[in-house]
Design a protein around this ligand. Structure first.
Ligand SMILES: NC(=O)c1ccc[n+]([C@@H]2O[C@H](COP(=O)([O-])OP(=O)(O)OC[C@H]3O[C@@H](n4cnc5c(N)ncnc54)[C@H](OP(=O)(O)O)[C@@H]3O)[C@@H](O)[C@H]2O)c1
Length: 346
């Protein structure tokens, strides 16, 4: 495929995130990717998506097999409940088509390991979409922590109010989750992605979880003590089941200073640097479009496909495996009364 030609995307799973985020993201970079076809097991929903996005009815299907047979489709974009992502990866790779799946990588570690194994066995890019990794603030924080001596400890604290009108609560697969940890893996992997992208991978952890809201379908609240592979210690609290206000804060403490990224209000996030020389702290401007990770995910996926180089992927399955494995280890630790658990490797 010539590099100047936009990749033709076949999208499967025409649900909420497909309409609200993938379609606008793809439409915003037309010289890189274009929606060519779509599929959904309930075909009416696929037809509605097609009419809203300009996909001709001749390229609307009710199965992945049909989508994969469409010669106008170069790559697959799969937005399925996570327990179906493994089969989608198997089918796409068998059909010789690169695929991007949404986070979390899978519903359990066995499936996640299979996805990693398939991705390792092929030159076709298999991407896991994790938009937080593309936040512009990440390289900024990484450069700031070089000014705070040795990093000793961090705290990643994310609590947000339970929203009874949350559209995602209506989806059947979130109400009866097959994915380990329910909402903890659904939303929590984003947070793990953020702090591990800055601080490296987690080695061991001890965690407690609880379920606050019946509507969550499973545990929805987590607090964990972490030991990173680097030796840095940390704590991670995540829940979307409590009350106001939303608090999203990453504090990183070093021997000579502290960096605090407060993204409680996504529209006005703040980044602060405190050092021995400046104890009152300096406000660092947060780079623009900090939340706009989704188009960048597609740009990165497309680059890896166009250059036929899977090493260009920012989130290969191994990395997404780790994000998910941290949540799985937390759930396991809590079931054993908070004992220390080593985070699984793929
Ligand atoms: N990165 C992010 O911030 C973010 C945010 C939200 C969601 N996501 C991810 O995006 C994906 C979709 O989430 P969503 O919120 O859009 O959910 P959704 O609205 O429920 O969409 C899921 C789609 O998958 C289809 N589907 C369900 N069961 C299926 C099956 N057995 N076989 C084939 N298709 C099936 C559904 O079709 P029917 O309607 O016919 O059942 C639906 O169109 C998930 O992986 C989720 O984790 C990511």
């Amino acid at each position: 495929m010539p590099s100047e030609t936009p990749l033709r995307v076949g999208l499967i799973g025409t649900g909420i995130f497909a309409s609200q985020r993938h379609f606008p993201a793809i439409a915003s970079i037309p010289s890189t990717v274009q929606l060519a076809a779509c599929a959904n097991r309930s075909i009416d929903k696929a037809k509605k998506f097609a009419s809203e996005t300009g996909i001709p009815e001749s390229h609307v299907y009710d199965s992945l097999a049909s989508l994969l047979s469409d010669p106008n489709v170069d790559v697959i974009d799969a937005l399925l409940p996570s327990q179906f992502s493994l089969q989608a990866v198997k089918d796409a790779i068998s059909a010789g088509k690169p695929i991007a799946i949404e986070k979390p990588i899978a519903a359990n570690l066995a499936q996640a390991k299979e996805i990693v194994a398939i991705a390792r066995s092929t030159e076709l890019p298999v991407a896991v979409l994790e938009n937080f990794i593309f936040w512009n603030v990440i390289p900024e924080i990484k450069s700031l922590i070089e000014q705070i001596g040795d990093v000793v400890y961090f705290s990643h604290y994310c609590t947000s109010p339970f929203n009874f009108n949350n559209q995602y609560l209506e989806t059947w697969w979130r109400q009866k989750p097959e994915h380990v940890g329910g909402f903890l893996s659904d939303g929590g992997v984003h947070q793990v992605a953020l702090f591990t992208e800055i601080l490296g991978q987690v080695d061991t952890l001890s965690a407690l979880t609880t379920q606050v809201r019946e509507q969550s379908g499973d545990v929805d609240t987590l607090t964990a003590t972490l030991k990173m592979k680097s030796g840095v210690l940390g704590s991670f609290t995540y829940t979307s089941a409590v009350s106001n206000p939303r608090i999203n804060k990453l504090s990183i403490n070093g021997t000579k200073g502290t960096v605090i990224y407060d993204f409680s209000d996504k529209a006005s996030a703040t980044l602060m640097l405190y050092t021995d020389a400046d104890k009152t702290g300096k406000v660092i401007p947060v780079p623009d479009n900090v939340q706009e990770g989704v188009p960048k995910e597609f740009e990165n996926f497309a680059e890896a496909v166009q250059k036929n180089d899977k090493s260009l992927l920012k989130i290969p399955p191994e990395k997404a495996f780790h994000h998910f494995a941290v949540i799985v280890a937390s759930v396991e630790s809590s079931k054993n009364g908070g004992t220390s658990v080593k985070v699984a490797e793929p």
